[in-house]
Design a binder for this molecule. Structure first.
Ligand SMILES: [Zn+2]
Length: 58
């Protein structure tokens, strides 16, 4: 089983992408099934400058 980390580029903080989903930004981990039936874990990090909030607001 492997995991991928998706981090915001140029964020204000340094994200912990060492494999555990215990980064300070509270990343969301979701499984993604590959073609061969193996499961990859996608760790989606949140930017702390509020970009997502602005983008999803309207
Ligand atoms: Zn993070």
């Amino acid at each position: 089983m492997s995991s991928y980390h998706v981090e915001p580029i140029g964020d204000l903080i340094e994200h912990d992408a060492t494999g555990q989903a215990d980064c300070v930004c509270g990343p969301q981990t979701r499984p993604e099934k590959g073609d061969d039936g193996s499961v990859n874990w996608i760790v989606v990090h949140n930017s702390l400058d509020g970009r997502e909030l602005h983008e999803g607001g309207r």
